[in-house]
Design a protein around this ligand. Structure first.
Ligand code: ADP
Ligand code: MG
Length: 240
């Protein structure tokens, strides 16, 4: 479903992602893990088309993700993206945040978009917040709205970039539980996270990055219990 083929991305001569390759099948849950600055965000943003690698290619469902091609926007629409800092529109209510793109981008009627929005607000447990503005919500609630907003575009896969790392600890579980539910329903997911509990119990695979390179790509149990590389061992000894 997702194929990353030898991509390299540099910023002003600094290599953020270095010759990374990765294949993700439909229904897989893959956690991207690694030290700060190791290129996790850059990699997931390249997969989503928010950054463009200089060399290598990204394929989604067999189609090349190429900003110069006519189907770029259409391919990107298959992927929902959830940011660390939510990125909700502050001047819109929760419901307006959820219906904007479905109306503007998918051409749904307002009523249709609202019906879908209510369905996903139910999924994330925030129906009663539909008329609130984002600044009235807690961080955990904002993130659940952001997840619902991404789901309203009915993506085939969901990408998360540290969705819980800006949250107070007591809100982390609410967000992880929503993500777990999505995983149980068979959503294909890539999750940049430091939440080891989530990675251990939900992920099929862990991809470990260091200095822009994928140094380990293995099942979660092996990664946590018996990592191959010294770099992963060293990382785990610091975080566990
Ligand atoms: P991670 O998400 O693992 O912390 P990032 O992908 O954000 O790592 O960053 C990898 C490296 O690339 C870091 O050294 C970072 O400073 C650099 N980098 C990321 N984005 C940019 C950018 N837009 N401009 C310049 N450097 C960047
Ligand atoms: Mg990051």
């Amino acid at each position: 479903m997702i194929k990353v083929d030898h991509i390299t991305k540099t910023f002003n001569g600094f290599t953020a992602v270095n010759d990374a390759s990765l294949e993700i099948e439909k229904g897989e849950i893959v956690c991207l893990i690694g030290p700060s600055g190791s290129g996790k965000s850059t990699l997931i943003r390249c997969i989503n088309g928010l950054e463009h690698p200089e060399t290598g290619k990204v394929y989604i469902d067999g189609e090349e993700l190429d900003p110069k091609s006519g189907n770029f926007a259409q391919i990107r629409r298959k992927m929902g993206f959830v940011f660390q800092h939510f990125n909700l529109f502050p001047n819109m209510t929760v419901l307006e945040n959820l219906t904007l793109a479905p109306v503007k981008v998918l051409g749904k009627s307002q009523q249709e978009a609202e019906d879908v929005a209510m369905k996903y607000l139910q999924v994330v447990g925030l129906v009663e917040k539909k008329d609130e503005y984002p600044n009235k919500l807690s961080g955990g609630q904002k993130q659940r709205v952001a997840i619902a907003r991404a789901l309203c575009l009915e993506p085939e896969m969901m990408l998360f970039d540290e969705p819980t790392s800006a949250l107070d600890p007591e809100m982390v579980l609410d967000v992880l539980n929503v993500m777990k539910e999505l995983a149980n329903e068979g959503m294909t997911m890539i999750v940049v996270t430091h939440e080891m509990g989530f990675a251990k119990t939900v992920a099929n695979r862990v991809v470990f990055l260091e200095d822009g390179k994928i140094v380990e790509d293995t099942d979660a149990k092996t990664f946590y219990e018996n990592p191959e590389s010294d770099r992963a061992k060293d990382f785990l000894s610091k975080v566990m």
